[in-house]
Design a protein around this ligand. Structure first.
Ligand SMILES: Nc1ncnc2c1ncn2[C@@H]1O[C@H](COP(=O)(O)OP(=O)(O)OP(=O)(O)O)[C@@H](O)[C@H]1O
Ligand SMILES: [Mg+2]
Length: 282
């Protein structure tokens, strides 16, 4: 269980996160939605301690993680894999090396400095790439991959980290609809098969409804909705997005199937197969 209690983060006078509480059971997949500036990224950064809370508690399996320091803090951060909108790969390094950089928290400084990984670590990296259907890219420079492929490399890197939590900050915001689906399918499969808790910031409501069993809606630093996808009414969605009567859920859509979505599937969809249901080979 990840327990967040009365969590507040102030920047000057701004309460970016304002008295937020939530309890996330192990193995859950939770979506945090809200308009730009609502505080979604700050919540994730507080959980993995990239930022320090001004007030409040964060506990994981009963351990107080809000006040960890030194090695205990590094161990906690190794347990929280981050996935970012911009992938954060090292573009000039090959894909497999990028994946194994996920082991940095586990191997010694000298070994990591010289990128000396064992055969077992390389094999684990390859297997992670295979689960994500991109093992054929292992020796390619990461920067030459498509966005969707790069994000799956980032997920493979998270997997070899063997995390207890995956914190994904708008993982599909830079992707076309087909790649967005591939990446969300991959996160969901990992959540279900490995039992890793996934907390995912999403701009789009339909994605949160489709993939997350629990949705948290934030506005101006506060949680203003918490419940299942079916509990979220159009009026509540309007409030979360600060929208008026004209609000249309499809307008926040990235789905390739949602009616009214403006997204197009490119003719030449890089070298990915066209999606037919679940296409990621996990
Ligand atoms: N390091 C910082 N210094 C000052 N203000 C910050 C800092 N980080 C975030 N903020 C402010 O805190 C508020 C919440 O930011 P945050 O990035 O968490 O929002 P968000 O919901 O992730 O938005 P987006 O959807 O645009 O990513 C914003 O007003 C932002 O400008
Ligand atoms: Mg953000």
């Amino acid at each position: 269980m990840l327990e967040i209690q009365s969590l507040t983060k102030k920047f000057g006078t701004l309460r970016a996160v304002d008295n937020v509480s939530m309890r996330i059971p192990d193995g859950a997949m939770v979506g945090i939605i809200g308009r730009s500036g609502a505080g979604k990224s700050t919540v994730l950064r507080l959980v993995n301690r990239l930022a320090d809370p001004t007030e409040g508690k964060i506990r994981f399996h009963g351990q107080d993680v809000a006040n960890l320091k030194g090695k205990a803090l590094r161990d906690w951060q190794a347990n929280c894999a981050m996935i970012f909108q911009q992938f954060n790969l090292v573009p000039r390094l090959d894909v497999l090396t990028n994946v194994m950089l996920g082991r940095l928290n586990h191997v010694g400084t000298m070994r990591s400095l010289f990128r000396l990984f064992t055969d077992k670590e390389r094999m684990d990296g390859l297997m992670a790439l295979e689960r994500l259907g991109i093992e054929q890219t292992a020796l390619q420079q990461a920067g030459t991959l498509s966005g969707g492929q790069q994000q799956r490399v980032a997920i493979a890197r998270a997997l070899v980290q063997k995390p207890k939590l995956i914190l994904a900050d708008e993982p599909i915001a830079s992707l076309d609809p087909m790649n967005a689906q591939l990446v969300m399918d991959a996160l969901k499969r990992i959540n279900q098969e490995d039992g890793i808790t996934v907390v995912c910031n999403l701009h789009t409501l339909d994605t949160a409804r489709k993939y997350c069993e629990h949705i948290v809606g934030m506005s101006a630093g506060k949680v203003i909705f918490s419940g299942g996808p079916n509990d979220l009414t159009t009026d509540q969605a309007r409030e979360i997005y600060g929208a008026g009567e004209e609000f249309n859920e499809a307008a926040t859509s990235t789905s390739i199937t949602t009616e009214g979505a403006s997204a197009e599937i490119p003719d030449e969809a890089e070298d990915e197969p066209m999606p037919s249901g679940k296409v990621v080979n996990l």
